[in-house]
Design a protein around this ligand. Structure first.
Ligand code: 13P
Ligand code: SF4
Length: 308
């Protein structure tokens, strides 16, 4: 049988490719990647790379972001169907009608959206720098935020800003089973509950720490507690456990399947080692973007990237 990891490494060298993997990818993919990270860190790696070919093991909007930042490079994604419920919740036609109702508002899009939505936006942020980006917007400016209502409401709570929020959500982070979280909090009284800001408001209200993927990793690494209830996609558990092998990580089950001990993003998990190998070998599927859309989307995206 073919040794996929060895073949991927060889192809990577031959083709001068870089493999970027989100923390929600399968452990086998994270192991073979040149860089693992959250959506912002991977966008930075994509922007900085000198490699000829970018293979993005993540979801479509992330690979699209890499392409917008590197219009002349080939950007591949192992499975083109690796989408995102948040991005799907915000289609360009409806969004255009929506924003036309608010001509005075500054349009801020979280990175979890299509290139078309980014092209209609004044600014882009990711879950991890959203607070910073909002705080840089002049106080008198009204904001229209898309596509994640939970992150949007969290931003309103934290900043007190006048904000209209598009009504989209992430199927994964929204699904954590609140009553089960309460049970876990009672069962593990010394544990810290940590949550991604795309989670439901009631989860965020009781969380000891709210942060995006990398911030959760740093928190668990630096915090003195030994037990953590983790309301985030299960993919980060591998990296967390590697960083803190002596700490106990308790995944939160989801609403519709209380027997399941964790929650996975099915879109992310469409990518497999075999598909990664195939796409590197065949240089397909490739991300293709309409030139004008990519050009417009690059403006708010590059402005955000210049902050880091
Ligand atoms: P991160 O910025 O924490 O990676 O969140 C983006 C996301 O939702 C990944 O699916
Ligand atoms: Fe989209 Fe949620 Fe999956 Fe992230 S975890 S890719 S926001 S569906």
């Amino acid at each position: 049988m073919m040794n996929l990891k060895k073949e991927i490494k060889q192809l990577k060298q031959e083709k001068d490719a870089v493999i970027l993997a989100h923390y929600y990818q399968d452990p086998a993919i994270q192991d073979i990647a040149d860089y693992c990270g959250d959506s912002l860190e991977l966008a930075k790696k994509a922007q900085e790379t000198s490699a000829k070919l970018i293979v993005f093991a993540g979801v479509h909007f992330m690979a699209e972001t890499a392409k917008i930042l590197n219009p002349s490079k080939k950007v591949l994604v192992p499975d083109l169907d690796a989408g995102c419920s948040l991005a799907d919740d915000c289609n360009a036609t409806d969004f255009k009608k929506f924003i036309d109702n608010y001509p005075e508002h500054l349009i801020l899009a979280s990175i979890n959206c299509s290139a078309e939505i980014k092209a209609m936006s004044d600014l882009v942020c990711t879950p991890s720098n959203a607070l910073e980006v909002v705080n840089r917007i002049p106080k008198h400016k009204k904001i229209l935020f898309a596509p994640d209502e939970h992150l949007g409401n969290y931003l309103i709570k934290e900043t007190g800003r006048d904000m209209i929020v598009w009504n989209g959500s992430c199927l994964v982070h929204e699904a954590f089973y609140f009553n089960k979280i309460l049970d876990l909090v009672v069962e593990y009284p010394y544990a810290q509950l940590i949550a991604h800001p795309e989670s439901d408001a009631e989860v965020l209200r009781i969380a000891h720490f709210v942060g995006t993927t990398s911030k959760l990793l740093n928190f668990v690494k630096q915090d003195e507690h030994h037990e953590f209830i983790v309301a985030a996609e299960t993919g980060i558990l591998q990296e967390l456990q590697r960083l803190v092998p002596h700490k106990k990580l308790i995944p939160v089950p989801i609403q519709d399947d209380i027997s399941c001990a964790c929650r996975e993003c099915d879109f992310m998990k469409l990518n497999t080692l075999q598909k990664l190998y195939d796409c590197l070998k065949n240089e397909d599927p490739e991300i293709k973007l309409h030139h004008e859309v990519a050009h417009k989307a690059a403006v708010p995206l590059k402005e955000m990237m210049s902050l880091h």
